[in-house]
Design a protein around this ligand. Structure first.
Ligand SMILES: [Mg+2]
Length: 262
């Protein structure tokens, strides 16, 4: 990175493909987070994964050696819940992380389509046809439609698995309604993460151009693309929008960023 990078008030860091891959920390990522904090830069972690609570994600990171509190982590579940009003009766088609975000927001869990204000979809490994029936009927009866994220697929331990977007699209297909999406690349997840950072210039660091980079760039943030996840060096050269920075990994990106101020 030539010359001087702007001073950032805060950095939002994607988890999968940046801090860890599967159940292994990516080399140097823990030390990079510490170096950012030591330089007085606020750090938030952001993930589209709505199946885990922030506490569960913090536990995973702590297990990998990161020094992190649940409030340092913004999930698409918590971001989606921020789109609800306390007291809303919410039908959740999703897992524990999404239900916990809804009840933490002061909403009620609903399963009767006639008594539902909002249908909220996420990844649901226990999806049944009956859940799709009830979601469809609640939406046709006028409930709001919110989705944690629209990811089509994600890398699982043993291959590619269908993502939360598959369930969202099933209900869109059945009803002709469109969901409001909280997760990357839509603005809500970025904005709720930013609300916990100091005011000032922000940088998003991620491994996926179409979500991490495109979503943050649309908000006017600077962006850093790392090559430890989904995007390879060849794709990085053609990335649209072009990231502000491209680095082999989080450690290299942070080193360059901080060196340019040394
Ligand atoms: Mg990622």
């Amino acid at each position: 990175m030539a010359g001087s990078a702007p001073a950032y008030a805060g950095v939002v860091i994607d988890l999968d493909g940046v801090c860890y891959r599967g159940d292994a920390a990516i080399d140097g990522s823990r030390a990079a987070v510490t170096a950012l904090r030591d330089a007085g830069i606020g750090v938030m972690f952001a993930t589209n994964n709505a199946t885990r609570t922030p506490e569960q994600s913090a536990d995973k990171l702590a297990h990998l050696g990161f020094d992190v509190a649940p409030d340092d982590i913004m999930t698409s579940a918590v971001a989606a819940a921020a789109l609800l009003e306390p007291g809303d009766r919410c039908m959740v088609i999703g897992m524990h992380g999404l239900r916990a975000a809804v009840t933490d927001r002061g909403c009620e869990l609903a399963d009767d389509p006639a008594q539902t204000d909002v249908v909220l979809t996420g990844l649901d490994r226990d999806l049944t046809y009956d859940k799709l029936v009830r979601g469809t009927r609640a939406l046709l009866a006028g409930a709001r439609f919110v989705a944690s994220n629209a990811d089509r697929s994600f890398p699982d331990a043993d291959g590619i698995s269908p993502g939360a977007g598959v369930i969202m699209v099933a209900l869109e297909t059945a009803t002709g309604r469109a969901a409001q999406v909280a997760g990357k690349p839509e603005p809500t997840l970025f904005e709720t993460a930013a609300s916990r950072l100091p005011d000032g210039r922000l940088l998003m660091i991620g491994d996926r151009v179409e979500t991490d980079i495109a979503g943050a760039a649309a908000l006017g943030w600077d962006t850093g693309l790392v090559l430890t996840g989904i995007t390879g060096a060849d794709q990085a050269r053609d990335a649209d929008p072009a990231p502000t920075y491209v680095a082999d990994d989080l450690a290299a990106l942070v080193r360059d960023l901080l060196d340019s101020h040394a």
